[in-house]
Design a protein around this ligand. Structure first.
Ligand code: NAP
Length: 186
């Protein structure tokens, strides 16, 4: 069953929401925003850099705070954190988005180790280009070579859930980044 649940920052959770959160078996942290154009830090719209960190990183950590205890109690569950290849190195004129993703990758990788002795698995997906709003590509522009169609990516990434601690999520991205991103089994 899929339940769409909104949790506000610092919200006092009702018993019903707590029960749902405590029984979650799969958490996919895939929220993300990026600047609409490439610009230096001072040229970005006011408050956008801190908003990117809040949305891309803090919200995901908050979700893990809420859901991990229940998974550990039941000794079962999978957390998928969606990072980005932009987080592999500093990227001038994008600054905050790659920084949020680098933090996500580091954070995810450490959680995998911390809970490696349990049946709670933590995966990190590190995609390159997929045809979505955040990448400013639409499906018509996707060729499944460099820019991957959303359905192609989703079909391949879903098969990795629970199996790999770090992966690009799809074969063509693996080929493009074989020097850096080698899929590591849990
Ligand atoms: N596409 C790529 O090439 C690519 C590459 C590397 C990594 N990623 C990562 O993949 C993840 C998924 O992105 P996507 O490619 O599917 O792009 P997307 O289509 O733009 O999806 C972003 C998602 O984040 C949600 N979101 C944004 N701001 C939010 C907020 N303040 N509160 C709640 N939800 C919010 C959006 O919800 P609404 O639809 O309701 O706005 C949407 O579901 C992101 O973490 C992104 O950084 C994407």
């Amino acid at each position: 069953m899929i339940i769409i649940l909104t949790v506000l920052h610092d919200e006092r959770l009702s018993d019903k929401k707590l029960t749902i959160l405590m029984s979650t078996i799969l958490l996919v942290n895939c929220v993300g925003i990026a600047p609409e154009r490439i610009a230096n830090f001072a040229e970005l719209p006011p408050n956008l850099p801190s908003k990117i960190i809040r949305v891309n990183l803090m919200s995901c950590i908050k979700m893990i705070e809420l859901i991990l205890p229940g998974m550990l109690k039941r000794d079962a569950g999978v957390i998928v954190n969606v990072s980005s290849v932009t987080g592999w190195r500093p990227l001038p004129y994008m600054s905050t988005y790659p920084a949020s993703k680098a933090a996500m990758s580091f954070f995810s990788d450490t959680l995998t180790d911390e809970f490696g002795h349990t049946n709670v698995k933590v995966n990190c997906l590190i995609p390159l280009l997929v045809a979505t709003k955040i990448a400013s590509y639409n499906e018509e522009e996707a060729n499944d070579i460099v820019v991957i169609k959303t359905e192609t990516y989703a079909r391949q990434a879903v098969r990795l859930i629970g199996n790999y601690r770090i992966s690009t999520g799809c074969l063509l991205h693996d080929i493009q980044k074989t020097d850096k991103i080698l899929s590591k089994r849990l």
